[in-house]
Design a protein around this ligand. Structure first.
Ligand code: SF4
Length: 329
Protein backbone atom coordinates (compact mmCIF):
# COMPACT_ATOMS: atom_id res chain seq x y z
CA UNK A 1 0.00 0.00 0.00
CA UNK A 2 2.99 2.29 -0.39
CA UNK A 3 1.13 4.35 -2.95
CA UNK A 4 -1.23 5.52 -0.24
CA UNK A 5 1.58 6.84 1.91
CA UNK A 6 1.05 10.45 0.98
CA UNK A 7 -1.23 10.34 -2.05
CA UNK A 8 -0.17 13.80 -3.21
CA UNK A 9 0.16 12.81 -6.87
CA UNK A 10 -2.98 10.71 -7.10
CA UNK A 11 -6.06 11.91 -8.93
CA UNK A 12 -9.07 11.98 -6.60
CA UNK A 13 -11.62 13.82 -8.76
CA UNK A 14 -12.90 12.70 -12.15
CA UNK A 15 -15.65 13.60 -14.57
CA UNK A 16 -18.32 14.80 -14.70
CA UNK A 17 -19.31 11.41 -16.14
CA UNK A 18 -22.80 10.35 -17.22
CA UNK A 19 -24.48 8.20 -14.59
CA UNK A 20 -27.63 6.11 -14.90
CA UNK A 21 -29.05 7.50 -11.69
CA UNK A 22 -27.32 10.80 -11.15
CA UNK A 23 -27.19 12.61 -14.49
CA UNK A 24 -23.81 14.32 -14.84
CA UNK A 25 -21.88 13.16 -11.82
CA UNK A 26 -18.61 14.66 -10.58
CA UNK A 27 -16.83 11.72 -8.99
CA UNK A 28 -14.60 11.80 -5.92
CA UNK A 29 -12.37 8.77 -5.34
CA UNK A 30 -11.03 8.84 -1.77
CA UNK A 31 -8.98 5.66 -2.40
CA UNK A 32 -7.18 6.35 -5.68
CA UNK A 33 -3.98 4.47 -4.88
CA UNK A 34 -5.04 1.03 -6.13
CA UNK A 35 -8.05 -1.14 -5.32
CA UNK A 36 -8.69 -1.06 -1.56
CA UNK A 37 -11.67 -3.15 -0.52
CA UNK A 38 -12.99 -5.50 2.13
CA UNK A 39 -14.95 -7.50 -0.48
CA UNK A 40 -13.67 -9.35 -3.55
CA UNK A 41 -16.88 -9.56 -5.57
CA UNK A 42 -17.10 -12.05 -8.41
CA UNK A 43 -18.50 -9.28 -10.63
CA UNK A 44 -16.08 -6.49 -9.71
CA UNK A 45 -14.96 -4.42 -12.69
CA UNK A 46 -11.76 -3.43 -10.86
CA UNK A 47 -10.23 -6.92 -10.89
CA UNK A 48 -9.48 -9.06 -7.85
CA UNK A 49 -8.92 -7.53 -4.40
CA UNK A 50 -5.45 -8.36 -3.20
CA UNK A 51 -5.18 -8.26 -0.25
CA UNK A 52 -8.57 -7.79 1.40
CA UNK A 53 -8.36 -4.63 3.52
CA UNK A 54 -10.79 -3.80 6.32
CA UNK A 55 -8.97 -0.98 8.07
CA UNK A 56 -10.50 2.50 8.09
CA UNK A 57 -7.91 5.23 7.72
CA UNK A 58 -7.06 8.42 5.83
CA UNK A 59 -5.47 6.71 2.83
CA UNK A 60 -5.23 10.12 1.16
CA UNK A 61 -5.28 13.32 3.28
CA UNK A 62 -8.71 14.98 3.49
CA UNK A 63 -7.11 18.36 2.65
CA UNK A 64 -5.66 16.98 -0.59
CA UNK A 65 -9.07 15.61 -1.68
CA UNK A 66 -10.81 18.88 -0.85
CA UNK A 67 -8.20 20.90 -2.74
CA UNK A 68 -8.79 18.66 -5.79
CA UNK A 69 -12.57 19.12 -5.51
CA UNK A 70 -12.21 22.89 -5.19
CA UNK A 71 -10.00 23.00 -8.28
CA UNK A 72 -12.40 20.86 -10.31
CA UNK A 73 -15.45 22.91 -9.31
CA UNK A 74 -13.62 26.10 -10.22
CA UNK A 75 -13.21 24.91 -13.80
CA UNK A 76 -16.82 23.80 -14.33
CA UNK A 77 -19.99 25.67 -15.20
CA UNK A 78 -22.82 25.11 -12.68
CA UNK A 79 -24.93 23.46 -15.40
CA UNK A 80 -22.27 20.79 -16.02
CA UNK A 81 -22.85 18.99 -12.70
CA UNK A 82 -26.01 17.36 -11.31
CA UNK A 83 -24.55 15.40 -8.39
CA UNK A 84 -21.24 15.02 -6.58
CA UNK A 85 -20.63 11.34 -5.97
CA UNK A 86 -18.15 9.64 -3.66
CA UNK A 87 -17.19 6.40 -5.36
CA UNK A 88 -13.89 4.76 -4.51
CA UNK A 89 -11.54 2.40 -6.25
CA UNK A 90 -12.74 -0.09 -3.65
CA UNK A 91 -14.95 0.47 -0.60
CA UNK A 92 -15.59 4.19 -0.15
CA UNK A 93 -16.22 4.11 3.60
CA UNK A 94 -12.79 2.63 4.32
CA UNK A 95 -11.61 6.24 4.15
CA UNK A 96 -11.85 7.44 7.74
CA UNK A 97 -12.42 11.07 6.69
CA UNK A 98 -15.73 10.46 4.92
CA UNK A 99 -17.81 12.35 7.48
CA UNK A 100 -15.62 15.43 7.20
CA UNK A 101 -15.45 15.13 3.41
CA UNK A 102 -19.23 14.98 2.94
CA UNK A 103 -19.80 18.04 5.13
CA UNK A 104 -17.03 20.05 3.47
CA UNK A 105 -18.18 19.24 -0.08
CA UNK A 106 -21.76 20.19 0.75
CA UNK A 107 -20.53 23.49 2.08
CA UNK A 108 -18.41 24.09 -1.01
CA UNK A 109 -21.08 23.61 -3.67
CA UNK A 110 -24.89 23.54 -3.99
CA UNK A 111 -25.06 20.07 -5.56
CA UNK A 112 -26.59 17.02 -3.87
CA UNK A 113 -24.04 14.49 -2.63
CA UNK A 114 -24.27 10.74 -3.15
CA UNK A 115 -22.16 7.96 -1.64
CA UNK A 116 -21.70 4.65 -3.42
CA UNK A 117 -20.61 1.96 -0.95
CA UNK A 118 -20.81 -1.78 -0.51
CA UNK A 119 -22.47 -1.03 2.84
CA UNK A 120 -20.26 -3.42 4.81
CA UNK A 121 -19.37 -0.84 7.46
CA UNK A 122 -22.90 0.38 8.17
CA UNK A 123 -22.96 -1.84 11.23
CA UNK A 124 -20.51 0.66 12.80
CA UNK A 125 -22.50 3.47 14.53
CA UNK A 126 -19.84 6.10 13.77
CA UNK A 127 -19.93 5.29 10.04
CA UNK A 128 -23.72 5.57 9.97
CA UNK A 129 -23.53 8.97 11.68
CA UNK A 130 -20.98 10.23 9.18
CA UNK A 131 -23.29 9.39 6.29
CA UNK A 132 -26.39 11.15 7.60
CA UNK A 133 -25.78 14.48 5.74
CA UNK A 134 -25.51 12.73 2.33
CA UNK A 135 -28.48 13.16 0.00
CA UNK A 136 -28.35 9.61 -1.35
CA UNK A 137 -26.57 6.47 -0.16
CA UNK A 138 -26.26 3.47 -2.43
CA UNK A 139 -25.20 0.28 -0.65
CA UNK A 140 -25.04 -3.21 -2.18
CA UNK A 141 -27.08 -6.28 -1.35
CA UNK A 142 -26.67 -9.13 -3.81
CA UNK A 143 -28.14 -12.02 -1.84
CA UNK A 144 -30.73 -12.76 0.81
CA UNK A 145 -28.84 -15.49 2.65
CA UNK A 146 -25.37 -15.96 4.09
CA UNK A 147 -23.91 -18.69 1.90
CA UNK A 148 -24.78 -16.97 -1.37
CA UNK A 149 -23.71 -13.58 0.03
CA UNK A 150 -20.28 -15.03 0.79
CA UNK A 151 -20.02 -16.77 -2.58
CA UNK A 152 -20.65 -13.46 -4.37
CA UNK A 153 -18.78 -10.97 -2.17
CA UNK A 154 -15.93 -13.23 -0.93
CA UNK A 155 -15.77 -10.78 1.94
CA UNK A 156 -13.11 -10.10 4.59
CA UNK A 157 -13.23 -12.69 7.40
CA UNK A 158 -14.21 -10.03 9.97
CA UNK A 159 -17.48 -9.41 8.09
CA UNK A 160 -20.62 -11.50 7.71
CA UNK A 161 -24.08 -11.47 6.17
CA UNK A 162 -26.07 -10.88 9.35
CA UNK A 163 -23.88 -7.95 10.31
CA UNK A 164 -24.35 -6.52 6.81
CA UNK A 165 -28.14 -6.74 6.93
CA UNK A 166 -28.30 -5.42 10.49
CA UNK A 167 -26.16 -2.45 9.42
CA UNK A 168 -28.51 -1.62 6.55
CA UNK A 169 -31.59 -1.94 8.77
CA UNK A 170 -30.05 0.27 11.47
CA UNK A 171 -29.00 2.87 8.90
CA UNK A 172 -32.48 3.04 7.42
CA UNK A 173 -33.90 3.72 10.86
CA UNK A 174 -31.69 6.80 11.22
CA UNK A 175 -31.36 8.05 7.68
CA UNK A 176 -33.87 10.40 6.06
CA UNK A 177 -32.15 10.81 2.67
CA UNK A 178 -32.58 8.53 -0.32
CA UNK A 179 -31.50 4.95 0.38
CA UNK A 180 -31.07 3.17 -2.94
CA UNK A 181 -29.96 -0.42 -2.43
CA UNK A 182 -28.28 -1.98 -5.46
CA UNK A 183 -28.46 -5.64 -6.43
CA UNK A 184 -26.26 -7.14 -9.13
CA UNK A 185 -28.19 -9.94 -10.80
CA UNK A 186 -26.12 -12.67 -12.46
CA UNK A 187 -27.34 -15.59 -14.54
CA UNK A 188 -27.34 -18.85 -12.61
CA UNK A 189 -25.80 -17.19 -9.52
CA UNK A 190 -28.56 -15.25 -7.74
CA UNK A 191 -31.52 -15.13 -10.14
CA UNK A 192 -33.59 -18.17 -9.15
CA UNK A 193 -37.07 -17.80 -7.68
CA UNK A 194 -35.95 -19.08 -4.27
CA UNK A 195 -32.94 -16.76 -4.17
CA UNK A 196 -35.08 -13.79 -5.14
CA UNK A 197 -37.64 -14.65 -2.45
CA UNK A 198 -34.83 -14.70 0.15
CA UNK A 199 -33.68 -11.33 -1.12
CA UNK A 200 -37.21 -9.91 -1.02
CA UNK A 201 -37.55 -10.89 2.66
CA UNK A 202 -34.37 -9.00 3.56
CA UNK A 203 -35.28 -5.98 1.44
CA UNK A 204 -38.63 -5.80 3.25
CA UNK A 205 -36.72 -5.46 6.52
CA UNK A 206 -34.42 -2.74 5.17
CA UNK A 207 -37.18 -0.61 3.56
CA UNK A 208 -35.02 1.22 0.99
CA UNK A 209 -36.54 4.01 -1.10
CA UNK A 210 -35.66 1.97 -4.15
CA UNK A 211 -33.99 -1.32 -5.03
CA UNK A 212 -31.90 -0.84 -8.14
CA UNK A 213 -31.46 -4.00 -10.16
CA UNK A 214 -28.42 -4.07 -12.39
CA UNK A 215 -26.66 -6.77 -14.34
CA UNK A 216 -22.99 -6.86 -15.39
CA UNK A 217 -22.19 -4.65 -18.37
CA UNK A 218 -18.56 -3.96 -17.59
CA UNK A 219 -16.01 -6.78 -17.45
CA UNK A 220 -16.59 -8.91 -14.33
CA UNK A 221 -13.39 -10.15 -12.74
CA UNK A 222 -14.53 -13.77 -13.01
CA UNK A 223 -15.01 -14.81 -16.64
CA UNK A 224 -17.93 -17.14 -15.80
CA UNK A 225 -20.12 -14.30 -14.50
CA UNK A 226 -22.86 -13.52 -17.02
CA UNK A 227 -25.64 -10.93 -17.19
CA UNK A 228 -29.26 -12.00 -16.78
CA UNK A 229 -31.82 -11.80 -19.58
CA UNK A 230 -35.23 -10.11 -19.70
CA UNK A 231 -36.97 -13.18 -18.27
CA UNK A 232 -34.95 -13.09 -15.05
CA UNK A 233 -35.47 -9.33 -14.72
CA UNK A 234 -39.23 -9.79 -15.09
CA UNK A 235 -39.15 -12.59 -12.47
CA UNK A 236 -37.18 -10.36 -10.13
CA UNK A 237 -39.60 -7.50 -10.54
CA UNK A 238 -42.59 -9.79 -9.92
CA UNK A 239 -41.05 -11.17 -6.71
CA UNK A 240 -39.44 -8.01 -5.35
CA UNK A 241 -42.35 -5.70 -6.15
CA UNK A 242 -42.77 -1.97 -6.65
CA UNK A 243 -39.59 -1.03 -4.84
CA UNK A 244 -37.64 -2.24 -7.88
CA UNK A 245 -36.10 0.03 -10.48
CA UNK A 246 -34.41 -1.83 -13.30
CA UNK A 247 -31.34 0.03 -14.47
CA UNK A 248 -30.28 -0.94 -17.92
CA UNK A 249 -27.43 0.98 -19.33
CA UNK A 250 -25.64 1.39 -22.55
CA UNK A 251 -22.38 1.10 -20.74
CA UNK A 252 -19.48 3.40 -20.88
CA UNK A 253 -20.41 6.15 -23.33
CA UNK A 254 -18.37 9.14 -22.24
CA UNK A 255 -18.08 12.56 -23.75
CA UNK A 256 -14.40 13.34 -24.03
CA UNK A 257 -13.69 17.05 -24.30
CA UNK A 258 -11.97 18.36 -27.43
CA UNK A 259 -9.40 20.08 -25.28
CA UNK A 260 -8.09 16.93 -23.60
CA UNK A 261 -5.30 14.73 -24.85
CA UNK A 262 -7.42 11.73 -25.92
CA UNK A 263 -5.10 8.94 -24.75
CA UNK A 264 -4.68 10.50 -21.27
CA UNK A 265 -8.41 11.16 -20.98
CA UNK A 266 -9.20 7.53 -21.89
CA UNK A 267 -6.65 6.19 -19.41
CA UNK A 268 -8.17 8.30 -16.64
CA UNK A 269 -11.54 6.75 -17.36
CA UNK A 270 -10.66 3.11 -17.92
CA UNK A 271 -8.78 2.67 -14.64
CA UNK A 272 -12.14 3.28 -12.91
CA UNK A 273 -14.63 2.34 -15.61
CA UNK A 274 -13.39 -0.26 -18.10
CA UNK A 275 -14.89 0.48 -21.51
CA UNK A 276 -16.07 -1.71 -24.35
CA UNK A 277 -13.93 -1.02 -27.40
CA UNK A 278 -16.83 -0.17 -29.72
CA UNK A 279 -18.18 2.34 -27.17
CA UNK A 280 -14.74 3.79 -26.70
CA UNK A 281 -14.58 4.34 -30.46
CA UNK A 282 -17.97 6.03 -30.25
CA UNK A 283 -16.83 8.31 -27.43
CA UNK A 284 -13.84 9.29 -29.54
CA UNK A 285 -15.81 9.68 -32.74
CA UNK A 286 -15.64 13.46 -32.85
CA UNK A 287 -11.96 13.02 -33.65
CA UNK A 288 -11.01 11.89 -37.12
CA UNK A 289 -10.84 8.16 -37.83
CA UNK A 290 -7.04 8.27 -37.96
CA UNK A 291 -6.87 9.86 -34.50
CA UNK A 292 -9.10 7.15 -33.00
CA UNK A 293 -6.86 4.38 -34.38
CA UNK A 294 -3.83 6.26 -33.13
CA UNK A 295 -5.28 6.52 -29.60
CA UNK A 296 -6.03 2.77 -29.53
CA UNK A 297 -2.51 2.02 -30.79
CA UNK A 298 -1.08 4.29 -28.05
CA UNK A 299 -3.18 2.49 -25.43
CA UNK A 300 -2.02 -0.90 -26.71
CA UNK A 301 1.60 0.19 -26.11
CA UNK A 302 0.89 1.85 -22.77
CA UNK A 303 1.82 -0.33 -19.77
CA UNK A 304 -1.00 1.29 -17.78
CA UNK A 305 -3.71 -0.19 -20.06
CA UNK A 306 -4.81 -3.74 -20.88
CA UNK A 307 -7.51 -5.50 -22.89
CA UNK A 308 -9.80 -8.02 -21.21
CA UNK A 309 -12.39 -10.09 -23.10
CA UNK A 310 -15.84 -10.71 -21.61
CA UNK A 311 -19.24 -11.57 -23.13
CA UNK A 312 -17.51 -11.90 -26.52
CA UNK A 313 -16.38 -8.23 -26.43
CA UNK A 314 -13.06 -6.47 -25.97
CA UNK A 315 -12.89 -4.11 -22.99
CA UNK A 316 -10.10 -1.61 -22.22
CA UNK A 317 -9.10 -1.56 -18.58
CA UNK A 318 -6.26 -0.36 -16.33
CA UNK A 319 -3.30 -2.75 -16.20
CA UNK A 320 -3.23 -2.84 -12.38
CA UNK A 321 -6.58 -4.60 -12.38
CA UNK A 322 -6.05 -8.29 -11.72
CA UNK A 323 -8.10 -10.65 -13.89
CA UNK A 324 -7.61 -14.38 -13.27
CA UNK A 325 -7.44 -15.21 -16.97
CA UNK A 326 -4.65 -12.65 -17.47
CA UNK A 327 -2.82 -13.47 -14.24
CA UNK A 328 -3.74 -16.98 -13.08
CA UNK A 329 -3.24 -17.84 -9.41
S1 SF4 B 1 -17.60 -4.44 -6.61
FE1 SF4 B 1 -17.18 -2.86 -5.09
S2 SF4 B 1 -17.37 -3.94 -3.14
FE2 SF4 B 1 -17.16 -5.49 -4.69
S3 SF4 B 1 -14.94 -5.94 -4.74
FE3 SF4 B 1 -15.38 -4.38 -6.31
S4 SF4 B 1 -14.98 -2.46 -5.29
FE4 SF4 B 1 -15.21 -3.98 -3.68
Amino acid sequence: MAEHENGENLRTVFGPVPSRRLGQSLGIDPLPGGKTCNWNCIYCQLGRTRPLVNERRAYVPVEKILADVRRALGSLEPTEVDWITFVASGETLLHSGMGELILAVKEMAPYPVAVITNGSLLSVPEVRRELLPADAVMPSLDAGQAKLFKKITRHHPDLDFQQHVDGLVAFREQYTGQLWVETMLMRGVNDSEEQLRDLAAVVARIRPDSLHLVSPTRPPVEPWVQPVGDEALARARAILGDVVTILQERPGVFELGEEEDPATAVLDIIVRHPMREDLLREALSHWQEGVVDQVLAELARDPRAQVVERFGCRFWSGSRQIYPDQAPD
